[in-house]
Design a protein around this ligand. Structure first.
Ligand SMILES: C[S@@+](CC[C@H](N)C(=O)[O-])C[C@H]1O[C@@H](n2cnc3c(N)ncnc32)[C@H](O)[C@@H]1O
Length: 216
């Protein structure tokens, strides 16, 4: 059976991360924000919990940290990033797939992490992904994710040396999508990352969401 055709914007992201290779890890891994949120997620869940890390990239430091205590499935579309993740997060299971077309049994997961990946999805894929995550989480399960602050889509021509697609729906629509999917948004934090600079020297800024599926 042939693979369903990939949206060209998502194919651009895959090809971009394949071409970027280790440059993404070298540029990004020392930022403290993802570690703060990865620790928050890992501390909330019992050891041995089952988690999915959507858009796990090179797997360091977040996937590695999560997989030291939990059963983690890292999902990414870039074969090159997954190859790096095999070395840097050896305890994680790794799957090559489009996170906006991924399927998991309902209520199978204790947690979902997705750090800096939603911002590469076309805007019309954000709400369906949050709805899917809400189905995958068991009651009491937790989502921790970053998302773009603003709505829109576009291509940056020389992002880490490659053309790269970015898309988002903005703060209000992201929170509304999570709430509409049945998640309780515990925190929606606008984080300015002073220790993680964009290529133009300005601090990276994202919405960080901590949301959970109600127990009943
Ligand atoms: C900015 S990196 C973040 C990597 C890692 N989560 C971290 O915190 O460093 C984004 C990752 O998401 C992956 N990604 C983006 N869109 C994706 C999609 N639709 N399906 C699967 N992976 C995707 C990219 O290949 C890339 O590895």
């Amino acid at each position: 059976m042939s693979e369903p055709e990939l949206d060209p914007r998502i194919a651009m992201v895959r090809d971009g991360y394949d071409a970027i290779g280790r440059r993404y890890h070298d540029w990004s891994h020392s930022g403290s924000t993802r570690l703060r949120f990865a620790r928050e997620l890992t501390d909330r869940l019992a050891p041995g919990s089952t988690l999915v890390d959507l858009g796990c990239g090179p797997g360091d430091p977040a996937t590695r940290l999560l997989s030291e205590r939990h059963l983690v499935v890292g999902v990414d579309l870039s074969a090159v990033q997954l190859k790096i993740a095999r070395q840097l997060a050896p305890q994680a299971l790794l799957v090559r797939a489009d996170i906006s077309r991924f399927a998991i049994r309902p209520a199978a997961l204790d947690g979902v992490a997705s750090f800096y990946a939603l911002g590469h999805l076309p805007p019309d894929r954000h709400r369906p992904l949050l709805e899917a995550v809400a189905r995958w989480l068991r009651p009491g399960g937790v989502l921790v994710t970053s998302a773009p602050l603003s709505a829109g889509e576009g291509v940056e021509d020389g992002w880490l040396g490659v053309p790269m697609f970015f898309g988002g729906v903005g703060v209000d629509a992201t929170v509304a999508a999570a709430t509409g999917a049945g998640l309780v948004v515990e925190r929606a934090e606008h984080v300015v990352e002073t220790d993680s600079l964009a290529e133009d020297g300005s601090p990276e800024q994202f919405l960080w969401l901590v949301a959970s599926r109600p127990e009943t």
